[in-house]
Design a protein around this ligand. Structure first.
Ligand SMILES: [Zn+2]
Length: 239
């Protein structure tokens, strides 16, 4: 069995592993920045498509309005012509010429309108598709943010809890051992202690722990894994 000092160190190590896990999990919250950037890019794209749709749709409305105005003008000319008040042939000719010009203008409008309708239809489909994507992604991001806020809160409270426990857990451990542990931890991605498994291997790297090492542990000596150099903790084969 491990010495009381090592047992205390092992408990401290478990707290540190917990803290390390929290830090790793907190990294996943960084994804929020990526989501945000993606959403901003989508919004910019949507605005482009929306502007294109409004532009072509606006042109359609303008042409329709122009046609309406032409119809009104033709109607008022007809009223004049058929009202019987205009007798002068030159004046009649002038009105007829106006009507002809208006008809030509309307014909041009109709041609353009055919092209515009196609474009409006395409632009409207693109606008609707982009809006749907943006709405879905916005909703998903809002949901993610809500969950992330809860998760962040949980991580923070667990972190606080472990950080409160840590000083007490470190109390009473030989300062030399603590210093060794801290140095090992720093060199090995935050994990300074490794459990010796039932199969007598290092739990962290899987290297076989020699009988000689086990004997040394039994003699309350600090033994490091030959491969990963972590401080070995032995439960006497219990776990
Ligand atoms: Zn190892």
């Amino acid at each position: 069995m491990a010495s009381a000092d090592l047992t205390r160190l092992y408990k401290l190590h478990l707290i540190d592993v917990g803290i390390l896990e929290i830090k790793k999990k907190a990294v996943s919250l960084e994804a929020g920045k990526r989501h945000q950037a993606e959403l901003e890019a989508l919004t910019a794209q949507f605005k482009k498509v929306e502007a294109a749709f409004h532009q072509i749709h606006g042109e359609q409305k303008d042409i329709e309005l122009s046609n309406q105005q032409i119809d009104d003008k033709v109607k008022s000319i007809d009223n004049l012509l058929f009202g019987g008040s205009i007798k002068n042939s030159k004046e009649i000719e002038s009105y007829e010429a106006q009507k002809k010009s208006l008809a030509k203008q309307k014909s041009g409008n109709e041609d353009r309108l055919l092209e515009v309708w196609d474009k409006v239809s395409v632009a409207e489909s693109a606008f609707k598709a982009e809006k749907k994507t943006l709405d879905e992604r916005t909703k998903a991001f809002e949901e993610w943010k809500a969950k992330a806020t809860i998760f962040k809160g949980q991580l923070e409270s667990k972190y606080k809890e472990l950080m409160t426990l840590r000083p007490n857990a470190a109390k009473g451990i030989d300062p030399t051992l603590i210093a060794k542990y801290e140095a090992t931890k720093q060199q090995h991605h935050g994990i300074g202690v490794a459990l010796v498994t039932k199969q007598q291997t290092c739990e962290e790297c899987g290297t076989k722990v020699s009988d000689k090492s086990i004997e040394s542990i039994k003699d309350d000596r600090i033994v490091n894994c030959e491969e990963c150099h972590r401080i070995l903790y032995w439960t006497g084969g219990i776990v």
